[in-house]
Design a protein around this ligand. Structure first.
Ligand code: FBP
Length: 551
């Protein structure tokens, strides 16, 4: 295989480990805290997670452990959307296993959780792992979005794990995938099996975080990649002075990516879905906000600008949210009927009987291509595929219409030419930044220690991430601690709670303090490309979000 000069150079990068897991394996023990509770719905979750509910927080510390004694066989799954650094989680897990006992083995389940259900595996070797160190992507074993949910799928997963003589399964995934990990850990114990399950917090969306998980891996690299591109677009806009760029950014529900990119690039507008929801801002009000900036900038002869749009926005606009919730319930509960409908017209007719009058009327006001996009298949976890809804085009169209009206009324005298962009997939497989390379390797190494020290139902964790890597602290957080009950596919299900942008949190407050200036005055910031080699202030900085949340 031909490889680039950078890939070759990155093979030689040695990821840094936190001091509490960097020494001899025999000198690492685990300290356990007090029993924990879930974030909500304690009684319901206690009943559902009879064997795994309430476990204590775990931190690695110097002491006499027996993590080096065991010969272990572990299987690893990459689950859900790609996030830079997944290969390093596997490398850290592999190196940990081999450091503990060179006879230990690591299997990779191919193509995501379905690899476990269907027993599709490969065995890692030194040579194979070395080809993927510090690289982006999930192509080492592939990923998938299959949800382990039916009794047959759970039974098949246990059967595979037993056939392979596994001591543990490691699930590298986001909130939905780690919910699956929690259910699997519980199921194995319920069936009398000692096979452990450990999760690792992945997702570029940055929404798998809480008091104990400071960030999910991939967020750092993805935001830096998008910010480079946004900065380039800003400079182009400032050079040509003729386009308004509407950039939709990935992040299925939470606006963490949009907010981080705004802090890194200082665009004219950045919409924050959580604020839209909290203040019940309608679609028309969003359009008014954008038009107000366009008009003021036109008065300064600046007929150009940049607007950042979180891809989840549509689900937070009150009238859209109501519509999507009703669509989800109708399509979830009567899915078999819905899939039989062959045309868009038939779907609309069917929906006229299944959703409220208000929502139906609102659906009809949307451009047909957007309405169609709202009716596309949900993913296996019941999520609307917001990446495929062209919110940027919807907003450009509405802003154009509104400005034409305002021009006719003599309120607006400028020129408006909107261009749409969507940055999503281009950020998910970049070479992991030094931060993600180190963080992921540490998460994988920590996952090995959690297994070797006998824990199950935990998410590998690394804390104190704003400090240099040597001062990070590795440990584990019980999966049930992060869970609550939510409405999915028309019924209540246990799920890990998503962390949304907090309007009283540091990152949003920092943005709020300056956004009115950015809306009018060109204040663009150009972060440039991710740097892998050079001074630490250029190469090793964590995200602004992490700093503002933890300093
Ligand atoms: P995960 O939550 O699985 O990490 O995926 C996140 C994500 O990248 C979202 O930002 C995006 O909406 C979605 O995946 C796209 O999914 P797909 O890759 O299936 O198109």
């Amino acid at each position: 295989m031909e490889i680039s000069a950078l890939q070759k150079a990155r093979y030689a990068y040695q990821p840094k480990l936190p001091a509490n897991i960097a020494g001899a394996i025999s000198d690492i023990a685990v300290e356990l805290g007090k029993p924990t509770d879930s974030v909500a719905d304690q009684a319901a979750l206690k009943e559902l997670f009879n064997h795994t509910y309430g476990k204590p927080l775990a931190v690695f510390a110097k002491g006499k452990g027996d993590a080096d004694k065991k010969e272990l066989t572990v299987g690893v799954i990459l689950s859900g959307g790609q996030a830079p650094g997944g290969h390093n989680v596997i490398a850290g897990l592999y190196d940990g296993l081999k450091k503990g006992n060179p006879a230990s083995r690591l299997y990779g389940f191919l193509g995501g959780p379905s690899g476990l259900i269907e027993n599709k595996t490969m065995v890692f070797s030194d040579k194979f792992i070395d080809e993927y160190r510090n690289t982006g992507g999930f192509d080492i074993i592939g990923s998938g979005r299959t949800k382990i949910e039916t009794p047959e799928q759970f039974a098949a997963s246990l059967e595979t794990a037993k056939k392979l003589n596994l001591n543990a399964v490691v699930v590298i995934g986001g909130d939905d995938s780690n919910t699956n990990a929690a259910l699997l850990a519980e199921y194995f114990l319920e069936k009398g099996s000692a096979i452990q399950v450990i999760g690792c917090p992945k997702t570029i969306d940055g929404d798998l975080k809480n008091e104990h998980i400071e960030t999910s891996f991939g967020f750092d690299t993805a935001c830096k990649t998008y910010s480079e591109l946004i900065g380039n677009i800003e400079r182009d806009a400032n050079s040509a002075k003729k386009y308004w760029h509407f950039v939709k950014l990935m992040g299925r529900a939470a606006s963490h990516i949009a907010l981080e990119c705004a802090l890194q690039t200082q665009p004219n507008i950045c919409l924050i879905s959580e604020e839209v929801q909290e203040k019940k801002i309608s679609l028309n009000q969003v359009v008014e906000q954008i038009c107000s900036s366009v008009i003021k900038r036109a008065e300064n002869k600046e007929n150009f600008g940049v607007v950042l749009i979180p891809e989840g926005l549509v689900e937070f606009i009150p009238e859209m949210k109501k519509l999507i919730d009703e669509l989800n319930d109708a399509m979830g509960l009567k899915g078999a009927e819905f899939v039989e409908l062959s045309s868009f017209i038939d779907q609309l007719y069917w929906l006229s009987h299944e959703i409220s009058e208000d929502s139906y009327k609102f659906l009809q006001t949307l451009p047909p291509e957007i309405a169609r996009e709202l009716l596309m298949d949900r993913d296996p976890h019941g999520n609307v595929q917001v990446s495929r809804i062209e919110t940027e085009k919807l907003l450009i169209g509405m802003v154009e219409k509104r400005l034409a009206k305002l021009k006719a009324e003599g309120v607006y005298k400028g020129k408006f030419s909107g261009l749409g962009h969507f940055f999503g997939y281009e950020g998910r497989c970049a070479f992991p930044s030094n931060f993600d390379a180190d963080y992921c390797y540490s998460l994988g190494f920590g996952a090995f220690l959690l297994i070797a020290l006998g824990l199950t139902g935990y998410l590998s964790s690394v804390k104190n991430l704003v400090a240099p890597a040597s001062e990070w602290v590795a440990g584990g957080v019980p999966l049930t601690m992060m869970m609550n009950m939510e409405q999915r596919h028309g019924s209540k299900k246990p799920v890990i709670r998503k962390a949304l942008v907090e309007l009283d949190g540091g990152p949003f407050k920092a943005f709020d303090a300056v956004r009115d200036t950015w809306a009018v005055k060109t204040s663009f910031l150009f972060p440039g490309a991710i740097q892998y080699y050079g001074p630490p202030e250029v190469c090793d900085q964590p995200t602004k979000t992490l700093k503002l949340e933890h300093q």
